[in-house]
Design a protein around this ligand. Structure first.
Ligand code: URA
Length: 211
């Protein structure tokens, strides 16, 4: 009997949890694999785990994750309706003044890690992918992605899903203040509404072609 997507995802996860293919495995507390519904039509992909994710082993649970959850709730989406993952699965950080600070993933780290995201996306075959921040957009849409110019646009030539869009990263929004913060938060909400609608439309179209 063929294994379910859930079983296959669990097998990929078990392999990822013991991965030592790059140096980040030496400093991580644990691997942070994607989570949610492996049959979801909508997938969110962030940059990589931060301190809280490294501690808990779950994606988007720190401050940026709480903001993401808040806006998802506002557009009536829940984690259980989605698959939430990251480009890299282990925390990338530098030690400054005795404290670990997050840093963007390096090219070699992304190269070593992308097999896990590839495996997740190949199993799920989502209708829509939302790249949360530029690192995911660079990987899943195109290199040198310009968030200021290309955010909120649909890209339909990706190998990973029929529709891919990039949105502002919640960690970036959290660094804004006052009116700027409000505007960017609203932009994220508008983009997520669009992504939700696009997912529903794609599902309806697929159902019509089935009958
Ligand atoms: N937490 C994650 O899991 N990913 C991010 O990109 C940021 C915070």
């Amino acid at each position: 009997m063929e294994k379910s997507i859930k079983q296959q995802m669990q097998e990929v996860k078990e392999k990822a949890l013991v991965c030592t293919d790059c140096r980040l495995s030496e400093t991580r507390t644990q691997v942070v694999f994607g989570e949610g519904n492996p049959q979801a039509r909508l997938v969110l992909v962030g940059e990589g785990p931060g301190e809280q994710e490294d501690k808990s082993g779950r994606p988007f649970v720190g401050r940026a994750g709480r903001l993401l959850e808040e806006v998802l709730e506002e557009v009536q989406l829940q984690r259980k309706d989605l698959w939430i993952s990251n480009v890299i699965k282990c925390r990338a950080c530098i030690i400054e003044e005795g404290r670990a600070r997050n840093r963007p993933p390096r090219v070699d780290e992304v190269k070593a890690c992308r097999k896990w995201l590839d495996a997740e996306l190949n199993l799920i075959k989502p209708s829509v992918i939302v790249c949360v921040g530029a690192p995911a957009a660079n990987l899943l849409i195109h290199k040198n992605f310009k968030m200021t110019e290309e955010r909120g646009q649909w890209f339909t030539d990706s190998l990973y899903a029929p529709s891919v869009m990039a949105v502002l990263h919640t960690a970036y929004i959290l660094r804004q203040h006052g009116e700027e913060y409000k505007q960017m938060r609203q932009l994220l909400i508008d983009d997520l509404i669009e992504a939700k609608e696009r997912t529903e439309e794609t599902q309806e179209r697929q159902q019509l072609t089935l009958f």
